[in-house]
Design a binder for this molecule. Sequence first.
Ligand code: SF4
Length: 72
Amino acid sequence: MTWSISVDTGSCLGSGICAGSRPDIFRFHGSYAETITGTLTPDEDILDLADTCPAAAILIRDESGAELAPRP
Ligand code: SF4
């Protein structure tokens, strides 16, 4: 199983939380973050990290396309 992950760069506030916590998945590109790869192995910690994004800009979907994060 593989999830997809992306950053809504138009919403990103450049807080650095994601890239600072998981540089294996996120990196800075100018004033916003982006994902290094568009997919990842399912990982509950990444869902938690997406929930901490102050802009709710980290989007994670499962293989069916269902949105897993950010969670309401
Ligand atoms: S945590 Fe959210 S707002 Fe902060 S850099 Fe990452 S995507 Fe942007």
